[in-house]
Design a protein around this ligand. Structure first.
Ligand code: BGC
Length: 296
């Protein structure tokens, strides 16, 4: 399914229209775990239990597709009329057939993966619609994981009052993801976590996984993150930063240690924003495609 990027302000209108879906499946593929949930699109909340399964290693198209299908099946099994057995064969359709959005930790253009820094190299050039899309068996949209988190935060969370500003959302996890919004519109596929600082890819020293890998305490890591954000201030000049990823839940331990010129806030949905934004975008794209078909 081809992508389009409605402005944040148009999303409510799309979702509020007659015939719009009230919920959608959101899946967030991360370097260490795959998170999935059914999302209430009016409230921007996960309904029922969110499912978390480990990202397989190596994360090839085949292993990841199986893991994503398993996570989706577990989510849908919680719904009335849902897939009865999460272990049902690969060919069995997963029900109910709500639309889905899948947040991927890389760049997906026209259904093809063109960049995936933290997954197996066999993803490069792979057609994700024919792998994960086919396994989910429903209208399915793929987007970058940080872009998904940003859509959720700009629609329902920390950025909902900043539609007239330039906002840079950074997700801090295995890598550093970036989602850039200006006047409520996403500039998709930015890969600002890979800006080089001192000749080194920034995410290798300033991501949350680097903090763990190098045993950094919060002040040491906050200094690295500040250094990275100065580069963002210099190059992008955002009006605000939103910090997401699992570590945003512990923001009380480190946000005050950052030394920035720009206002910075934690993600309101913490690590759930990827699931929620993926579902919102999946539903919005399905809705706009449905409308175009009706107009023909
Ligand atoms: C990837 C990005 C992704 C980020 C967070 C980076 O390594 O290149 O596409 O958004 O990690 O997962």
């Amino acid at each position: 399914m081809s992508n389009s990027w409605p402005a944040v302000t148009d999303r409510g209108e799309l979702r509020g229209s007659a015939g719009a879906h009230s919920c959608a499946l959101g899946i967030d593929i991360g370097g260490s775990s795959i998170k999935a949930g059914l999302v209430d699109l009016e409230r921007g909340r996960i309904m029922g239990e969110r499912v978390v399964v480990p990202t397989p290693h190596p994360a090839t198209p085949e292993t990841l597709t199986n893991a994503v299908r398993g996570a989706a099946a577990q989510v849908l099994a919680q719904q009335p009329g849902g897939t009865s057995s999460p272990e049902s064969g690969y060919e069995a359709p997963l029900t109910p057939p709500v639309p889905a959005g899948v947040a991927f930790p890389g760049v997906v253009k026209n259904g093809v993966v063109t960049f995936a820094f933290n997954l197996d190299d066999s993803w490069l050039g792979a057609n994700i619609e024919q792998t994960i899309g086919a396994a989910l068996g429903r209208p399915c949209v793929f987007l970058n994981d940080a872009d998904a988190a940003g859509i959720a935060e700009m629609t329902f969370g920390a950025g909902r009052d900043w539609h007239d500003r330039t906002v840079l959302m950074l997700t801090l996890g295995t890598g550093i993801g970036s989602a850039l919004f200006t006047r409520g519109r996403l500039v998709p596929f930015t890969e600002l976590g890979h800006v080089e600082i001192g000749g080194e890819d920034a995410e290798l020293s300033a991501s949350a996984s680097a903090k763990v890998r190098f045993g950094m305490d919060y002040p040491t890591w906050a200094a690295k993150l500040s250094r990275y954000c100065w580069e963002m201030e210099k190059l992008i000049n955002p009006d605000a930063f939103i910090f997401g990823g699992g570590i945003s839940q512990d923001h009380a331990d480190w946000l005050h240690l950052l030394d920035l010129q720009t206002p910075a806030v934690p993600a309101a949905m913490f690590n759930d924003s990827g699931i929620i934004g993926a579902a919102v975008h999946g539903a919005d794209v399905a809705e706009s495609i449905g409308r175009k078909a009706l107009q023909r």
